[in-house]
Design a binder for this molecule. Structure first.
Ligand code: BGP
Length: 476
């Protein structure tokens, strides 16, 4: 297996799950700061007022804010050439409505970038990873309001100006297609419906697709601004790729899988890569009872703000079946169980070949460079009495996915790099728990909020170091 010269090897994190220090140095509360902990069976609750009797895992995260030097040194020790992280919007604009950015917040990322530069690690920055200042949700219902576009552009511009020349790869929104599902309503769009259940928000496509339209406009304006601020900036989209297979060769299943792939995966990336709504949008809107309010200049803005590269997360595939009894809601994306695949303890099907398939699908459609910016196995880790952690299951998962990505590259797909998720353990997103870990580095923090935050290397740490050293040649 040979990876291209200069292939970027790294890992990925998100501010709200990682940084902690939620109210330090002038930071305002973000939407996810108002979400309680949960687990696989108990959804996180959105509490517009903080409840002193509840636990808010994002408040402390794993305290990257105070451990960044040590953490980046660990990434460097593994040989990282790229680190994907997000900037915490309310650290820069505490409510979103200020005219001037919070200098102390900007200085934190100066320090992070200093450390990365010292170690020769290239940053890849997500401007908004499931987060916005909570005040925007409260005052104008997040992305439901068109006014949020200006607040985002102000923030994105301030950040891209400040770090001009220090970061050359930017992603406008994490998993922008989360808005295609009810779970995206609060998590991605900052809309307060009054229903506290983060995962099972009321299904209101009109509200979600209109808010998503505002995000598309904001993304296109940020892409344009990024190019103006520094012509060397590469601006990317980020899609949660939900690969759907037909459960059977019944043409009705095949058709359902086609539709799911189009709606869930390509509706958003067609807008961001091609600069226009896809041909199938009209029918989708009609079927979902959606009438978009599109302002006169919007379609031109979308055309002028197309991205330079495509990035995505990939964790699992799913099957589509017209037989309702086959469909389960076990994993986040739903779908029918695939009898050929094993599942994680959190019921996410494990499908490395799916990564090769989807990379080919995306490249065939767009012919622009791709980065796999999230992938990984979320599971429990046991600490041995001597403090070591033998996470062979994680090594196996990653090895098989790297192999599949290598095959896609051999197929001819242009892949720039690989940044597996949660390279240092962090708070899980959908469930808000610590028990579900992804890292090469273990963090001593637990679901009840206890723990020393001490970092230790898992077996996968040493394995990934060797993978990077040999540019993917040694995956053993
Ligand atoms: C993606 C998100 C991440 C992340 C990951 C794993 O959807 O972009 O923020 O957390 O999934 O999901 P979870 O943390 O729920 O296991």
């Amino acid at each position: 297996m040979k990876f291209p010269e200069g292939f970027l090897w790294g890992g990925a994190t998100a501010a709200n799950q990682f940084e902690g220090a939620w109210d330090v140095d002038g930071k305002g509360p973000s939407c996810m700061d108002m979400a309680t902990n949960g687990n696989h069976h108990t959804p996180r609750q959105i509490t517009p007022e903080l409840d002193p009797d509840k636990l808010y895992p994002c408040h402390d995260g794993v305290d990257f804010y105070h451990h960044y030097k040590e953490d980046i040194a660990l990434l460097a020790e593994m040989g990282f050439t790229c680190f994907r992280f997000s900037i915490n919007w309310p650290r820069i604009f505490p409510t979103g409505f200020e005219d001037e950015p919070n200098e102390a917040g900007l200085e934190f990322y100066d320090r992070v970038l200093d450390e990365l530069e010292r170690h020769g690690i290239e940053p890849l920055i997500t401007l908004s990873h499931y987060e916005m200042p909570f005040a925007i949700a409260q005052r104008q219902n997040g992305w439901a309001s068109r006014e949020t576009i200006d607040l985002y552009v102000k923030y994105a511009t301030a950040v891209m100006r400040r770090y001009r020349g220090r970061c050359r790869k930017w992603l406008t929104f994490n998993e922008i297609n989360a808005a295609m599902m009810p779970i995206g309503t609060y998590m991605s769009l900052g809309i307060l419906t009054g229903d506290p259940d983060l995962r099972h928000q009321p299904d209101d496509p009109q509200l979600r697709y209109q808010a998503l339209h505002h995000q598309f406009i904001a993304s296109a304006l940020a892409v344009k601004a990024g190019h103006e601020i520094d012509p060397e900036n590469k601006m990317g989209c980020m899609i949660a790729y939900m690969l759907a297979y037909p459960l059977t060769p019944n043409p009705a299943d095949v058709e359902l899988a086609r539709e799911r792939n189009q709606y869930r995966n390509y509706y958003c990336s067609d807008v961001q890569v091609r600069g226009e709504y896809p041909y199938f949008a009209r029918r989708m809107w009609a079927e979902e009872g959606v009438a978009l309010d599109i302002a006169p200049d919007d379609l031109e803005i979308l055309k002028e703000g197309t991205v330079d590269f495509y990035t995505h997360s990939y964790y699992q595939s799913q099957c589509a079946s017209v037989d309702a009894s086959q469909e389960t809601s076990g994993n986040l994306l739903g779908g029918a169980k695939n009898p050929y695949l094993k599942e994680t303890a959190w019921e996410w099907p494990i499908d490395p070949t799916g990564l090769r398939i989807m990379l080919n699908q995306v490249y065939e459609r767009y012919q622009i460079p791709i980065m796999v910016v999230e992938n990984g196995l979320g599971c429990r880790d046991e600490v041995n009495p001597d403090g070591t952690i033998d996470d062979d299951y994680r090594i196996e998962y990653l090895r098989e996915h790297i192999e599949a990505m290598g095959e896609a590259i051999a197929d001819g797909v242009e892949v720039w790099g690989y940044t597996p998720w949660g390279c240092i353990d962090l708070v899980s997103n959908a469930d808000g728990e610590m028990a579900k870990r992804y890292g090469f580095v273990y963090v001593d923090k637990h679901d009840d909020g206890t723990g020393t935050m001490a970092r230790s290397k898992k077996k996968s740490f040493h394995w990934y170091k060797k993978v990077i050293e040999t540019n993917g040649a040694d995956l053993a």
